[in-house]
Design a protein around this ligand. Structure first.
Ligand SMILES: Cc1cc2nc3c(=O)[nH]c(=O)nc-3n(C[C@H](O)[C@H](O)[C@H](O)COP(=O)(O)OP(=O)(O)OC[C@H]3O[C@@H](n4cnc5c(N)ncnc54)[C@H](O)[C@@H]3O)c2cc1C
Length: 325
């Protein structure tokens, strides 16, 4: 395989955990199959972040901090990405399946006539080409796919790659990408950004997740889940049903149309175990289910199951964990 171009959006001058996961995946593929990994860092702070990206698996870093990227991530991002692609001529382009990657991935693939696989939940090298898995038929089945074109574009869901530990001895080039961006009046523009307040670890990085579903019955029930998550040093997640009810923000949704997570411990509370939810927590090391229906599907996937009302089970569990720790 030739080179790999990894598209990273910087936040606060640093790569996001999802970006570092992509970089780790690219480095893993390149290690087996050869080829250079180039990180394209979009946003302010690229020069400063460069060496950090090298230490995490990039062989070269191209950065662009043009202010137009913040205001027009789609249109300006496309110009920068197209320029980087011309210079690097990679066989594989990896993007996060986030708002930027979902916008840029299909557009660059169409321009290049490259094969496109979106929303991959894993990717690995098989017989010289990158094969990905992706939920299909509403999450009821997992498809294995690979582009048959010489050049491929893949967007990956959070948790699909694995960040490498920083290796400060790695060396590489860091260079600013020269792109003239002239924003047009009709470009879609970001007018405001709101950062959701949160405490505790991010879902993508949490080693323990307590996730609530429709069975939690309302927003107030989630306070019991927060207490347990806090005792475990973990994070709270949710099923789509709980999000659709408006009990918790959409950012907490786990599953096919939410996040894919890989904690050591996943406690599913009042969640029935629909395939579209399970695809998001399939990589949890230990799954514990608390459900009052003994026939709930979730018990088929759970290593430990507790049949009962979560309102009784959770306070006792939280107390026991606090005593133990
Ligand atoms: C295209 C598509 C994409 C989707 N994407 C997602 C996704 O990303 N994530 C996702 O989660 N879903 C997704 N869904 C929805 C999914 O099919 C299910 O509808 C959803 O996961 C059900 O959520 P739930 O398990 O919380 O609710 P329910 O299926 O209603 O289950 C509630 C459970 O709570 C139990 N319960 C009730 N009261 C209590 C109590 N007091 N104590 C303990 N247990 C109790 C019940 O026995 C039941 O098992 C998607 C669906 C489609 C079609």
């Amino acid at each position: 395989m030739g080179g790999i171009l990894v598209v990273l959006t910087l936040q606060g001058g640093a790569a996001t955990p999802a970006g570092l996961d992509l970089l780790g995946l690219a480095a893993e593929i390149a290690q087996v199959d050869g080829g250079e990994v180039t990180a394209l860092a979009l946003g302010e702070g690229g020069a400063g972040a460069g060496q950090g990206l090298i230490s995490r698996g990039a062989d070269a870093v191209l950065y662009c901090a043009d202010p137009a990227l913040a205001r027009h991530p789609g249109e300006a991002g496309m110009q920068v990405l197209a320029q980087a692609e011309r210079e690097v001529q990679p066989d594989l382009l990896l993007l996060a399946a986030d708002s930027v990657g979902r916008d840029l991935g299909p557009r660059i693939a169409a321009r290049l006539g490259a094969g496109l696989v979106t929303e991959a939940t894993s990717a690995a090298l098989h017989a010289g080409r990158v094969e990905v898995t992706r939920p299909v038929f509403g999450g009821k089945a997992i498809a294995r796919m690979a582009a048959t074109t010489a050049q491929a574009v893949i967007t990956l869901r959070p948790g699909a790659g694995a960040a490498r530990a920083a290796d400060p001895s790695r060396t590489g080039t860091v260079r600013e990408l020269a792109v003239q961006i002239a924003p047009a009046a009709n470009w879609p523009t970001v007018v405001r950004r709101e950062v959701e307040a949160s405490s505790g670890p991010r879902l993508e990085e949490a080693t323990a997740i307590v996730s609530g579903g429709r069975g939690v019955g309302g927003p107030e029930g989630f306070s019991l889940l927060h207490e347990l998550a806090q005792a475990l040093g973990g994070a709270v997640g949710a099923s789509r049903a709980a999000v659709d009810e408006g009990w918790v923000p959409a950012a907490l949704q786990i599953g096919q149309t939410g996040k894919a997570v890989a904690p050591d411990l996943y406690i599913a509370v009042g969640i029935s175990g629909a395939s579209q939810h399970m695809v998001g927590c399939a990589r949890a090391k230990t799954l514990v289910a608390i459900n009052r229906d003994p026939d709930a599907l979730i018990f088929d996937a759970a290593r430990l199951g507790l049949v009962g009302d979560y309102r009784e089970a959770l306070p006792a569990l939280t107390r026991a964990i606090r005593e133990l720790s």
